[in-house]
Ligand binder design. Structure first.
Ligand code: GDP
Length: 357
């Protein structure tokens, strides 16, 4: 049995997450997420046991990814959407992936106190981005936090990120539907749009349509035709010629006035039913779970490699040899990997002699 299976889950929180109500449950959710964000090995074991215990109760929520550049209106939109959903009887959790918080110490997404009405609502839970670590680490913590929220009965989990860098790919890779917010003048810069969203977006929202209706309509037309072109080349899970598959859409909205929010959710529901009917829903989740596992394996191996005493011993000298062009980079890598694999406890192999001595 592995450590996670042996360790006793944080029983109090487990009960609070599954059966607590109101403030008690929100406190248990917050404590559990803090535990899984900890880097202490004993906390990690406890967190793993807790996650395993929560798993059977998770997975039933709708996972919605929202991205867009700073200032496009993400918090305003998420607050409007969240309150709309609560009005429909849902419970809403909002999580964030913001790798900038670990690089600069400050967060692009801010501390979420901006969503004042939503954050104080008893049917909502808002958690800022975990800080510290690289994007992979931040994303992994958010994925785990998502399971905690789902087990607590939040049936819509919104994961917010900034429209810069790889964080969009990470969020698209952990959600059922990925939406990108754009400004009405977005159509003026199609190149940027192509790069950022074409591959990922299931739905593009032109926000702040109230500011310039003409520009919003222009942007909607331009992005729609760009998405249609892409559809001809065929994304694996979308196609414009097949009615059984989802066609990425573009809509206009004003998060500030709330105009278009109901229509947004109607499209999300349409997407959800279609994906469930054509089987893409389950395939996407399975692919995501597998990719998540491998991403964590890669990252764990890299960490173990960097901490391996024999590797640490040899790495500086071998790096110098590679830089001086006396050893080929791939040969040095092989030697280090062999050293890593062969000197682990229980290993039967012996490293080959060094390429330089
Ligand atoms: P974020 O950085 O993407 O989270 O953007 P915010 O939600 O903080 O919004 C940035 C600014 O845009 C704020 O001053 C909002 O009031 C404003 N804003 C957001 N949505 C709209 C909208 O639909 N119309 C207008 N006119 N302003 C908006």
């Amino acid at each position: 049995m592995n450590d996670a299976a042996c360790a006793k889950p944080a029983q109090g929180w487990l009960h609070g997450i599954l059966h607590g109500d109101g403030a008690t449950q929100r406190r248990a959710v917050a404590k559990a997420i803090t535990l899984l964000e900890s880097t202490r090995p004993d906390h990690r074991r406890e967190a793993d046991a807790l996650l395993n215990a929560l798993l059977p109760h998770a997975g039933r929520a709708f996972r919605l990814g929202i991205s867009g550049v700073p200032g496009v209106g993400k918090s305003t939109f998420i607050e409007a959407l969240g309150l709309h959903l609560i009005g429909l009887g849902h419970r809403v959790a909002v999580l964030a992936v913001d790798p900038s918080s670990s690089v600069s110490g400050g967060s692009i997404l801010g501390d979420k106190t901006r969503m004042e009405r939503l954050s104080t609502h008893e049917r909502a839970y808002i958690r800022p981005s975990p800080s510290g670590g690289n994007l992979g680490g931040v994303a992994a913590k958010t994925r785990e936090a998502m399971l905690v929220c789902e087990a607590a009965g939040y049936d819509v989990v919104i994961v917010e990120t900034v429209g810069v860098g790889q964080s969009e790919t990470a969020v698209a890779g952990m959600t059922d539907m990925f939406c990108v917010l754009q400004l009405p003048n977005a159509g003026d810069d199609l190149q940027a749009i192509k790069k950022g969203i074409m591959e990922l977006a299931d739905l593009v929202v032109i926000n702040k349509a109230d500011l310039d209706a003409d520009a919003a309509t222009r942007a909607q037309a331009q992005i729609t035709s760009a998405l249609r072109l892409l559809g001809l080349h065929g994304r694996p899970d979308t196609a414009h010629h097949d009615e059984a598959l989802w066609h990425p859409r573009v809509i206009q909205l004003s998060a500030l006035s709330g105009q278009g929010v109901a229509e947004f959710w109607r499209l999300v529901s349409e997407f959800r039913h279609l994906q469930q009917a054509n089987g893409r829903w389950q395939v996407r989740r399975q692919q995501q779970a597998k990719a998540w596992m491998w991403e964590r394996i890669d990252s764990g191996l890299r960490e173990a490699f960097a901490q391996h005493p024999a590797v640490q011993d040899r790495l500086p000298a071998l790096t110098a040899e590679v830089l001086a062009e006396r050893v080929v980079a791939s040969v040095a890598a092989r030697e280090l990997l062999e050293m890593f694999a062969c000197t682990r406890p229980g290993s039967a192999c012996r490293p080959s002699p060094s390429v330089f001595s």
